[in-house]
Design a protein around this ligand. Structure first.
Ligand SMILES: C[S@@+](CC[C@H](N)C(=O)[O-])C[C@H]1O[C@@H](n2cnc3c(N)ncnc32)[C@H](O)[C@@H]1O
Length: 320
């Protein structure tokens, strides 16, 4: 069977994206394609943090709408950039060999790097954490900047697993302030997945930096996915603060300019945002360059009130 047919067979059988299917074809014995692929897919790493705005459930929709991954992106020659990485849903879906992950949240990036370089020590630290309110408050009150990276990483994963809704929110001083969450038995140390993640990160460059820094590195044929903090739907819906820095009108306009710059370089660029008049207005300026604003369903709840939950839309801006 030729490569294209094998990729198609894997996609039809396992409901996976074409880039990951191609990667699997390169890893398995062609005579045992489906059996070996099944094992690899079962052992695929997944995001190690819950992240508000995580894209996992939306990727299938993007794929069915033919918006993702870009058909012409060549995984052998092109590299992948996720400069607002958060939980890294798209990275873990594609698992490209040559990837650059970054974010402005330094505790998150330190956690990625500790998983990459010191996963066994991290696992042994995480095993000492308890799911108990007093313990949680004590861990929460620690100042990460005074701690070694291994403590920052284990604290970060612990708080993510045990705080209310896995949210990440800091006050103006940068102190984490999400309350204790009620769970029946939260999995604080998912050691199997952490080892898989560590393996997947071995050739990945991970940096704490502003998204604009990637302009220097990205080149023709690379694929960039932007998942910035969303523009608020209304005044009260700014539901989360990932970093001390705001991301409002001025920042969204700068991001749109960065999008255009990467488009002109010949990168494949995909961007998520809320479906609001402001976002539509700024990206409409790029339509003359062949950029498309696609409306997609967001199956997630932003408002906590039940009645407001449900089928809201968001946009996926693509240039391919
Ligand atoms: C919507 S979340 C990304 C969600 C992620 N794609 C996922 O699947 O979990 C936005 C991320 O942008 C980061 N961020 C905010 N401002 C930034 C900036 N100027 N440069 C880079 N990252 C930034 C936040 O720390 C946060 O992790």
């Amino acid at each position: 069977m030729n490569t294209n047919k094998s990729v198609q067979l894997l996609q039809d059988t396992f409901d996976i994206n074409a880039i990951y299917a191609l990667k699997i074809v390169g890893m398995v014995d062609p005579l045992n394609l489906l059996e070996e692929a099944k094992i690899l897919i079962e052992e695929k790493p997944k995001p190690f943090v819950k992240w508000v705005g995580g894209k996992r459930q939306l990727l299938k929709q993007f794929r069915l709408m033919n918006l993702y991954p870009p058909e012409k992106f060549n995984i052998k020659t092109g590299r992948y950039f996720e400069p607002f990485v958060g939980g890294g849903a798209v990275f873990f879906d594609l698992l490209p060999e040559k990837s650059f992950l970054s974010d402005l949240n330094s505790d998150l990036i330190k956690t990625y790097n500790v998983i990459k370089s010191d996963v066994e020590k991290l696992i042994s630290f995480l095993k000492e954490y308890e799911y108990e309110k007093e313990f949680f408050l004590k861990v929460r009150s620690m100042q990460p900047k005074n701690l070694p990276d291994i403590h920052i990483a284990s604290r970060f994963i612990y708080l993510n697993r045990t705080c209310f809704n896995g949210m990440y929110r800091v006050n103006s001083k940068g102190e984490f302030n999400v309350p204790f969450g009620k769970y029946s038995n939260p999995l604080i140390c998912d050691e199997v997945n952490l080892r898989r993640v560590s393996k997947a990160l071995q050739n990945v460059e991970i940096n704490c930096q502003d998204y604009k820094m990637i302009i220097k590195k990205a080149r023709k044929g690379d694929f960039v996915y932007f998942d910035p903090p969303y523009y608020p739907i209304n005044k009260t819906s700014s539901f989360t603060t990932y970093t001390k820095e705001a991301f409002l009108d001025k920042e969204q306009i700068e991001l749109k300019d960065t999008y255009l710059e990467l488009h002109k370089k010949g990168c494949f660029v995909m961007l998520s945002n809320s479906n609001t008049p402001f976002i539509n207005k700024i990206y409409n300026e790029l339509v003359k360059y062949g950029i498309k604003i696609n409306e997609v369903l967001a199956g997630r709840a932003i408002n906590s009130k039940g009645a407001k939950r449900g089928k809201i839309t968001e946009v996926l801006v693509t240039n391919y």
